[in-house]
Write a protein that binds this ligand. Structure first.
Ligand code: C5P
Length: 241
């Protein structure tokens, strides 16, 4: 894999407060291309933090996992894309009309801003949920079937791909085809601390399984030298993926 392609595939999850987030962004500038903003940072800082990352030249994955009535989700996707996000997440469980509305919102933002349409990825089954949790909400089929059904529904309503664990990446790639986005968290370079992640894969293994993008947080952000940790992952992909 080329160096530039490796950088395009690594999304650094910035899960901290504003000051630390901006310090990390300044340090990673010129190295990383993608940052991920989740609910914790976004609900504290709002669209301004997305704009600050964009102004520093980063692409932003705004991971707010939309799930509401279609009208609200259309507006959410439009607002998030207008804030500068390049990639957005939405719950597959919101069903077809809501998924299509998210795409429409992103399209409306592209028309009014003149930028490329923000891409959308669907959450199928949260990896924190097991079959007992699914049964609590009335979903009784095996998790892989449930995830495949929701991924197909998302694709048929215009969504660009899915978020899934590296272990599901091969199945999702086979189901959704070569152009789909397959975004995997739960990635740990060999020897890195697991933290609260249990079912993990190395960056090269996740790419080999079919991931298009890797979401990696603490192995980079909590390292003594985040830039060195990031560059080591780039090198792993360049030489082994
Ligand atoms: O620090 P770490 O590499 O574990 O961060 C992973 C990121 O991916 C976090 O922002 C986390 O919220 C997100 N995530 C995850 N597992 C999922 C979905 C998202 O760890 N199943």
């Amino acid at each position: 894999m080329l160096d530039v392609e490796a950088r395009d595939r690594i999304i650094v999850a910035i899960d901290c407060g504003r000051d630390e987030a901006l310090q990390l962004a300044d340090a990673l500038r010129g190295h990383a291309r993608w940052l991920k903003v989740g609910m914790t940072l976004y609900y504290a800082e709002g669209p301004a933090i997305v704009q600050e990352f964009c102004n520093r030249g980063f692409k932003v994955f705004l991971d707010l996992k939309f799930h509401d009535i279609p009208h609200q989700v259309r507006g959410a996707a439009r607002s998030a894309a207008l804030a500068g996000a390049d990639l957005l997440s939405v719950h597959g469980l919101g069903a077809g009309a809501m998924l299509a509305a998210a795409c429409e919102g992103a399209q409306e933002a592209a028309q009014s801003s003149g930028r490329d349409r923000a891409k959308l990825v669907a959450i199928t089954v949260l990896t924190s949920m097991d079959e007992a949790a699914l049964a609590q909400i009335g979903l009784t089929c095996p998790i892989p079937e449930e995830a495949a059904r929701l991924a197909s529904l998302a694709k048929s309503n215009g969504i660009d791909g899915v978020v899934c664990s590296p272990r599901e990446a091969a199945d999702m790639r086979a189901l959704l085809g070569p152009d789909a986005l397959v975004v995997t968290p739960g990635v740990r370079p060999a020897g890195a601390a697991l933290g609260d992640q249990s079912r993990v894969a190395t960056p090269a293994a996740a790419i080999a399984a079919g991931a298009s993008h890797l979401v990696i947080g603490r192995p980079i952000t909590a390292a003594d030298d985040p830039v060195a940790a990031y560059e080591a992952i780039v090198q792993e992909l360049v030489f082994t993926a």
